[in-house]
Design a protein around this ligand. Structure first.
Ligand code: IMP
Ligand code: MG
Length: 176
């Protein structure tokens, strides 16, 4: 599939180092659990975890918001719930990408209902102009334009997650 590189491997790794330092500082006096949203966040979470200098736990949740099309339905299906309760825990939700923000909002509501001590969000990519009036993440790797991207965990029809960089693809189905 024809694709154009948007963010290089080097840019990703240096930004993750910065995020890791920032998060390690912010949580230096609290124990935090990283919650990765599968599948898209699996590569980002594994690199972010190694960029943290503080002890932390890791848990995963698997959700499906897309089927095989390329725009969010707002309906989130929980395919796998967390292994551990999050009551009174400081949690950092690790997302691959925020597009409309619907998936994230759904997950945040679900987490808040379980009474955690705090919830913050770290997203590798944010299509900020899709939700101009709302700041949805506390930590953002890169703000990107409203284009469909693949690589570094992100897929198109379950493929291309293995690209070590982020690339834009043209001519994917777009329902908007
Ligand atoms: P939202 O609910 O519109 O914010 O969509 C969030 C989810 O849709 C992400 O967690 C991704 O799984 C998927 N997604 C959104 N934009 C893209 C993209 O450009 N490439 C690949 N997946 C995307
Ligand atoms: Mg995702």
């Amino acid at each position: 599939m024809k694709h154009d590189k948007l963010i290089s491997e080097t840019q990703i790794s240096s930004r993750i180092k910065e995020l890791g330092q920032q998060i390690s500082q912010d949580y230096c006096d609290r124990s935090v659990t990283l919650i990765g949203v599968l599948k898209g966040a699996f590569i980002f979470l594994s690199d972010l975890s190694r960029a943290l200098s503080i002890p932390h736990m890791v848990d995963f949740m698997a959700v499906s918001s897309y089927g095989s099309s390329t725009s969010s339905s707002g309906i989130v299906r929980i395919l796998k719930d967390l292994d551990y309760p999050i009551t009174n825990q400081h949690i950092l939700l690790v997302e691959d990408i925020i597009d409309s923000g619907l998936t994230l909002k759904y997950l945040l509501n679900m987490f808040y209902s379980r009474s955690p001590a705090s919830v913050a969000v770290c997203a590798l990519l944010d299509k900020t102009n899709k939700h101009p009036d709302e700041k949805l993440a506390d930590y953002i790797g890169f703000e990107i334009p409203d284009k469909f991207v693949v690589g570094y965990g992100l897929d198109y029809q379950q493929l291309y997650r293995n690209l070590p960089y982020i690339a834009t693809v043209n001519n994917v189905e777009n329902n908007e």
